[in-house]
Design a binder for this molecule. Structure first.
Ligand code: ECB
Length: 135
């Protein structure tokens, strides 16, 4: 049984977010603002549906999905692309593949030392984020 990712988590570190945003084609002025943000993750599981909210003072993004069921993802307010996404468990890692225009795109969440870890990847760039639990 994977460790629960559910809860409210605040960003502690954000390595190579710049490289990830460049890979997604985000322009310089948006990147400058986005780089300064501290993200908050709110992860809930309601029956069989996971909801992951990424909150910041600049933009918010919400995703809901069922494990192992492909869905249409529209990265509204982010890079604004459409993906065929699917989230699976690989051991204790929650892994999402985002099939679309960008190659090798996806993310993985896991818990390590009571912290929530996230890797965001796109076309060879890897952004590594760590969050601490707040609630
Ligand atoms: C929503 C807070 C970040 C806002 C950044 C604003 C502009 C940058 C535009 C595009 C950058 C691409 C992605 C933003 C990075 C994080 C937001 C959500 C990343 C994500 O896919 O999280 C997953 C895993 O937790 C759930 O959607």
């Amino acid at each position: 049984m994977p460790a629960s990712l559910c809860g409210t988590w605040d960003m502690l570190s954000n390595v190579n977010f710049e490289g990830y945003m460049i890979a997604l084609g985000i322009g310089l002025s948006t990147r400058k603002v986005a780089l300064r943000l501290k993200h908050r993750k709110v992860i809930e599981k309601i029956s069989e549906v996971y909801v992951i909210k990424t909150l910041s003072t600049f933009k918010n993004y919400a995703l809901s999905f069922r494990i192992n069921e492909e869905f249409d993802e529209y990265t509204k307010g982010l890079d604004g692309r459409h993906c065929k996404s699917v989230v699976t468990w690989e051991g204790n890692r929650m892994v999402c593949t985002q099939k679309g225009e960008k190659k090798n795109r996806g993310w993985a969440h896991w818990i390590e030392d009571d912290k929530l870890h996230l890797e965001l990847y796109c076309e060879g760039q890897i952004c590594k984020q760590v969050f601490k639990q707040v609630a």
